[in-house]
Design a protein around this ligand. Structure first.
Ligand SMILES: NC(=O)c1ccc[n+]([C@@H]2O[C@H](COP(=O)([O-])OP(=O)(O)OC[C@H]3O[C@@H](n4cnc5c(N)ncnc54)[C@H](OP(=O)(O)O)[C@@H]3O)[C@@H](O)[C@H]2O)c1
Length: 286
């Protein structure tokens, strides 16, 4: 069995990934309590102890609005610390799999256009800026995969779907942004993509890794309510209106649609976001 060092093994993605990988790999999982990735010496020592074939980083500072306030911590975790992991991977000749985000893009493309891996990132948020530094540091591992995902939801963590389900319980109407375009992605789909990358070991580099198809937050919410049989009305608003309601909120790309051609060319085909959402809701609503 190949050895895997899975960092961030109790997060929303990391928790599900750990459960799945344990069936086929010898997994050592770490959490913030057992390995703080901002501690360079500790990261190098852990990799030396485990001697993994793969190091997977699911740890991050993921509060997008919080990154605008706690910029130093966000940069330390999402940016600088990724360099510690890349260094550890290189020292052990391990392959580094790092999770990044659609928010590295400015999101100002017309909505009939989508981002490919070779397009220039230029984040509009502190979160995106810190994750971009993380990408640059991850690439120092040389044997690396950077998987950019988006709008992630899963059973084991706080996420947009759970928030909408919760809010629908005591509101007749919710207002949701309808001019930001992207791909809701289930942790299950992302786990399958990661497993595909681990099995196939395609050319190193960046791979856009989301569910297939695109929508807006508003249409995503309407689909959640349709599948969950919820009658709460969903009113569309613009990002500008949202920002007026929540001035502290981070700017977000209006179009962060990611092309999956590169992933498909290596034989990894993510399912449509609607299919993944339906599967997720069957479990979530049990
Ligand atoms: N969620 C999304 O919508 C989304 C979208 C695009 C990309 N992504 C990326 O997908 C990946 C997985 O996200 P997720 O939603 O599963 O995140 P998550 O649930 O927030 O999990 C991240 C984990 O990292 C841990 N962590 C924070 N600081 C750490 C440190 N210094 N050392 C070690 N561990 C630390 C957190 O611990 P505590 O909880 O104790 O702080 C948490 O367990 C991340 O790279 C994220 O940037 C997520």
């Amino acid at each position: 069995m190949k050895k895997v060092l899975l960092i961030g093994a109790d997060g929303m993605l990391g928790g599900e990934l750990r459960e799945r990988l344990e069936k086929n790999y010898d997994v050592t999982g770490t959490t913030l309590e057992t390995l703080d990735i901002t501690d360079r010496e500790a990261v190098l020592a852990k990799a030396e102890e485990v001697k993994p074939y793969f190091i997977i980083n699911c740890a991050a500072y993921t509060n997008v609005d919080g990154c605008e306030i706690n910029t130093d911590l966000a940069m330390a975790v999402n940016g600088t610390a990724v360099g510690n992991i890349a260094e550890a991977a290189k020292a052990q000749d391990a392959t580094f799999i790092h999770i990044s985000t659609d928010y590295v893009f400015p999101g100002n493309l017309p909505v009939d256009q989508i981002y490919t891996e070779d397009m220039e990132p230029a984040p509009v948020s502190a979160y995106g800026r810190t994750k971009l530094v993380g990408e640059e540091n991850a690439a120092k591992a040389e044997k690396y995969y950077i998987l950019r995902t988006a709008w992630l939801y899963g059973l084991g963590g706080k996420n947009f779907v759970k928030t909408m389900l919760r809010l629908s319980k005591d509101r007749d109407e919710l207002t949701v942004v309808d001019d930001q375009h992207g791909s809701p992605t289930s942790t299950t789909t992302l786990c399958k993509i990661i497993e595909g990358i681990m099995e196939k070991e395609p050319e190193y580099g960046v791979y856009h890794s989301t569910n297939e198809g695109f929508t807006t937050w508003c249409r995503f919410t309407r689909k959640i309510f349709e599948l969950a049989n919820i009658s709460t009305n969903v009113k569309a608003i613009t990002s500008k209106e949202y920002k007026e309601m929540y001035p502290q909120s981070s700017d977000r790309p209006s179009n962060s649609q990611l092309s999956k051609e590169k992933l498909k060319n290596v034989g990894i085909i993510p399912e449509a976001w609607e299919v993944a959402l339906e599967e997720y809701l069957k479990e979530e609503l049990k």
